[in-house]
Design a protein around this ligand. Structure first.
Ligand SMILES: Nc1ncnc2c1ncn2[C@@H]1O[C@H](COP(=O)(O)OP(=O)(O)O)[C@@H](O)[C@H]1O
Ligand SMILES: [Mg+2]
Length: 236
């Protein structure tokens, strides 16, 4: 549970982040001097052209990847200062992911997919997994394998999986990118509603104008820089 002091402390702080890749003996810089602070409970959307570095940015925030320079703080912990093992532990415990292509484990049932993030944290809470499945409207598909589900249904399972272990932060990388507009809209509404209901911070990479319309903060990656834009205003 958050105390008042906690709620004022930002959840994600990016300081002077840079990332370059070495390719054919040359350094290619993808992100340069990225600075941002994201508060607890905020929905931040990240826009940007394909190849601009959005996924790279999410991988730095989650600690999957390390920056070439700068630091990433999540919940006051400097991820860039941790060992790989400690970063993995932190990520399993505190971060949930939604990917464009769902990334459910095909050999596990829907229920087993939802139990996995709990088991990785030494918990087994079937009740919680099934309750979240009900929240995403798929209570009757617990025993199904992912390939029996439509794309939209798989993504709803992925939304439940991203939240089941009660993470601090949810990262979504083009979660509606593989869905038609209507199905994508449903997944988006679900992700927004469940994250907000649970008070989660959500950072979502998207091309969807609809998603940007739901956001508290809108950023875009341009020329390696993260630029904040004014959020789209709802009818006012
Ligand atoms: N592991 C890697 N090695 C080399 N280059 C990479 C690697 N990952 C990403 N890139 C390059 O970094 C740039 C940004 O990629 P990415 O973050 O995936 O963009 P986006 O998600 O915005 O489409 C691209 O030019 C991509 O080719
Ligand atoms: Mg990407």
């Amino acid at each position: 549970m958050l105390t008042d002091g906690d709620s004022r402390r930002p959840l994600v702080v990016l300081r002077g982040l840079g990332k370059s890749y070495r390719e054919a003996e040359r350094e290619r810089s993808v992100l340069r001097d990225v600075n941002a602070t994201i508060g607890r409970g905020e929905l931040a959307v990240v826009l940007g052209r394909s190849g601009s570095g959005k996924s790279t940015l999410l991988n730095l925030i989650s600690g999957i990847d390390l920056p070439t320079s700068g630091e990433v703080m999540v919940d006051g912990i400097c991820l860039t200062g941790l060992s790989e093992q400690a970063r993995t532990r932190f990520r399993r415990r505190h971060i949930g992911f939604v990917f464009q292509f769902y990334n459910l484990i095909p050999t596990l049932t829907v229920e087993e997919n939802l139990l996995l993030p709990l088991e990785l944290n030494g918990r087994r809470d079937k009740g919680r997994a099934l309750a979240l499945l009900a929240e995403v409207g798929l209570a009757d598909r617990a025993a199904s394998f992912p390939d029996r589900l439509s794309g939209g249904e798989q993504q709803r399972v992925a939304v439940a999986r991203a939240l089941v272990h009660d993470p601090l932060l949810v990262l979504a990388d083009e979660p509606t990118g593989n869905l038609d507009a209507e199905t994508g809209g449903q997944v988006l509404a679900l992700l927004d509603r469940l994250s907000r209901a649970a008070g989660k911070t959500l950072v979502m990479v998207t091309h969807s104008v609809e998603a940007a319309g739901l956001a508290d903060r809108v950023f875009s990656v341009q020329g390696g820089h993260l630029v904040e834009r004014a959020p789209l205003l709802e009818d006012s």
